[in-house]
Design a protein around this ligand. Structure first.
Ligand SMILES: [Zn+2]
Length: 218
């Protein structure tokens, strides 16, 4: 089958004001009753400075890999408990959902630093809004010049908790949810982060009723 690639919005770092529930919808999602295989990967592209990005192995990221897995299990159990979406995730070598991690070698550079913690790009099955595959990339030690902070780093408090929250957010995009830019703190996993490693604790640490009410059916 043919696939067309569409890159969705980045995980922005913004402050919030108003309440909005349920969580807004995204442009597509995994098909319902789908078990999505996932894998942890290390890119062979790039390297230390002066490359743009230095690929990181998951074994070098502390609890990062198990944090991602925790978030996947959280989505599994939430979907099961609430009878929503019917999507589940399992580890496999040939995966539709792939995780990568990089160090940003030019922090704050407009062209070389995405200035976000993570991004997810999805590929649709042709002629549908069903995702065939998705790639979530974490960017370590970049610098967001708009808000003046490092979005994601192992060397600040809250790293593991944030990796779980950031993954819940990115997977939320693939579950059919959009950014919840006007929510209250903790209202949705789709809230934006506030502070390095979400030190302001703006992201929910488990899918919420707002999220469950929004999950689309495909
Ligand atoms: Zn987002």
């Amino acid at each position: 089958m043919k696939r067309t690639l569409l890159v969705t919005a980045a995980f922005a770092t913004v402050q919030l004001i108003h309440a909005a529930c349920p969580t807004p919808l995204s442009v597509g999602a995994w098909a319902d009753y789908t078990a999505v295989p996932y894998s942890f990967n290390t890119s062979t592209i790039g390297g230390p400075y002066p490359n743009q990005y230095n690929p990181l192995s998951w074994s070098s990221l502390g609890g990062g890999q198990s944090d991602v897995q925790t978030a996947l299990v959280d989505w599994d159990s939430d979907n099961y408990a609430n009878n929503t979406s019917f999507v589940s995730f399992y580890s496999a070598s040939s995966a539709s959902l792939r995780f990568f991690a990089y160090t940003v070698n030019y922090p704050g550079n407009y062209y070389a630093d995405p200035q976000v913690s993570a991004q997810t790009g999805e590929a649709f099955w042709a002629g549908s809004n069903i995702y065939a595959e998705a790639t979530t990339t974490f960017y370590y030690d970049g610098y967001n010049t708009t808000v003046g902070l490092v979005p994601l780093t192992m060397t600040a408090p809250g790293y593991d908790a944030f990796m779980i929250k950031a993954t819940l957010h990115e997977i939320g995009h693939t579950m059919g949810l959009a950014d919840n830019l006007t929510g209250t703190p903790g209202q949705s996993v789709m809230n934006p982060q506030a502070g390095t490693n979400d030190s302001g604790n703006n992201l929910a640490s488990f899918p919420t009723s707002c999220d469950n009410l929004s999950l689309p059916y495909f």
